[in-house]
Design a protein around this ligand. Structure first.
Ligand SMILES: Cc1cc2nc3c(=O)[nH]c(=O)nc-3n(C[C@H](O)[C@H](O)[C@H](O)COP(=O)(O)OP(=O)(O)OC[C@H]3O[C@@H](n4cnc5c(N)ncnc54)[C@H](O)[C@@H]3O)c2cc1C
Length: 434
């Protein structure tokens, strides 16, 4: 019986295994060095915040795997020998495969800062990071201050986590406004204010120079690049982006760039070896997407697609319209289609921006300045329906249509009706020559 081996038990690897099982009787093994069972990485923060126990982040009961004949192996793959189809484990044993899928996810970036490996310096990615955080930041007695380096989605989650235990946070952000490589100005500036309103010491245009240690190898302070200021702290969170977790492939014949290079069928250069999820890098980006997409839904879609190919129905990865969601402290963020920030915004992309006077809700609608075609929407504090925007993007609706039907896309029409008139009025005003 053909043996399918998947390295990585995250959303991409597990989705793949589940779908292969639905379609076939193949032998399936999932390997992971991190945790015995699949868990929701995006829910890790709620464990620290006391909203759930770690077990609750596991979407499937422990019996699920045996019942579905999905073998689980705990171990770290240190080498892949493709000519003999063998995995070598750090623990000393080996495993043979017929088809191999690399689904090893990401690891937090470290940019060679002095002191980056001290006790108390951590990323916020793996289960082990959460355990580390419990050791170094259980409360504000043990951790008097934490410094977070890097202003993205994971950084702000870590800030919220520490805030929930009343641990003072200083947040070092290289950009001059929060996440403005992605968010348009109005949104990014609203989030700056929101972070500060939560008593987080947000330092924009600020870089880390070095991390200092005490006599026991623990974090004592950080030095700020621009000013030379020394800030005392006990924890440093490194959240300056993530990189594919593929160091173990460096000596293999599998082609790698920043990630594992794949074609549209998620095939690598080596027959019977594939890559999916955060660690996969498209030779050429699909549309406006990045060649590496480190997001949850991408991993799931890739897993579903590759299962078809593995089971004999060769299928191209076609992700459809871009969408994503996240949270900035207590403000929910959703994005559908393309809305670019200041950097990288195409010349034809026009924005309509509306913000509520309470400074916690806003929307930005992007459209083509010549054709008026609706290109995408960002919403903050207002929940919208994915299926509706997906349809409008496919139908290439114009911006007038979208603005006049926005309430149809709302999850909570009653809540939305309170803003609808204001949003439409602002939109109409924008169209009037001043
Ligand atoms: C705190 C946090 C919040 C997030 N929030 C969001 C969000 O709101 N929305 C969103 O879209 N995305 C979010 N993400 C990103 C999302 O979680 C990832 O895109 C997704 O989990 C990646 O899934 P994956 O299956 O590709 O890899 P992973 O989930 O990283 O799983 C890969 C697994 O492979 C294991 N592994 C790696 N190398 C080896 C090896 N050599 N041997 C054995 N095992 C190995 C790893 O230990 C890991 O268990 C968040 C991520 C984090 C960390």
């Amino acid at each position: 019986m053909e043996h399918i081996v998947i390295i990585g038990n995250g959303i991409s690897g597990v989705t793949l295994a589940r779908h292969i099982r639905k379609l076939s009787d193949k032998r399936i093994t999932i390997v992971s060095a991190e945790a015995d069972y699949f868990f929701s990485r995006t829910a890790l923060m709620y464990v620290y915040m006391g909203h759930m126990k770690f077990e609750h982040t596991q979407p499937y009961e422990n019996w699920f795997w045996k019942k579905n004949r999905i073998e689980l192996k705990k171990g770290y793959v240190k080498q892949v020998e493709t000519n003999t189809k063998t995995l070598h484990f750090a623990e000393g044993d080996t495993l043979q495969y017929d088809k191999l899928i690399i689904a090893t996810g990401s690891k937090p970036n470290k940019f060679g800062w002095p002191g980056q490996d001290l006790n108390g310096v951590m990323g916020m990615y793996h289960k082990q990071d959460l355990e580390n955080l419990e050791v170094h930041a259980p409360n504000n007695e043990v951790c008097k201050r934490a410094v977070i380096v890097g202003g993205g989605l994971i950084g702000i989650e870590l800030a919220e986590m520490l805030n929930s235990r009343s641990i003072p946070v200083t947040f070092l952000v290289r950009e001059d406004s929060f996440w403005n490589g992605v968010l348009p100005k109005g949104e990014s500036e609203m989030i700056n204010r929101h972070i500060k309103n939560h008593h987080i010491d947000l330092r924009l245009s600020t870089n880390l120079k070095a991390i200092n240690s005490d006599d026991n190898g623990n974090v004592k302070s950080v030095i700020i690049e621009e000013t030379g200021e020394e800030l005392e702290c006990n924890v440093v969170g490194l959240t300056a982006g993530v990189t594919p977790n593929i160091d173990f492939l460096k000596d293999s014949d599998i082609e790698i760039g920043r990630g594992v290079k794949v074609n549209r069928f998620l095939e690598t250069n080596i027959p019977d070896v594939y890559a999916i999820g955060d660690c996969a890098e498209q030779h050429e980006a699909i549309g406006n997407r990045r060649p590496i997409e480190a997001v949850w839904y991408t991993g799931r879609m890739m897993g579903e697609t590759l299962a078809q190919t593995i089971c004999g129905n060769k299928m191209e990865y076609k992700p459809g319209h871009w969408f994503n969601s996240a949270k900035f402290l207590d403000i929910e963020y959703q994005t559908y289609g393309w809305v670019f920030g200041e950097r990288g915004r195409p010349e034809y992309e026009q924005h309509f921006h509306w913000k509520h006077e309470d400074d916690t809700k806003c929307i930005t609608v992007a459209y083509h300045k010549d054709t008026n075609e609706f290109l995408g929407i960002n919403t903050f504090g207002i929940r919208m329906r994915h299926d509706v925007f997906d349809q409008w993007l496919t139908e290439k609706r114009d911006v007038d249509y979208v603005m006049n039907h926005l309430s149809e896309a709302n999850f909570d029409p009653e809540f939305y009706s309170r803003f609808e008139t204001k949003i439409l009025k602002a939109y109409t005003n924008q169209l009037q020559p001043v």
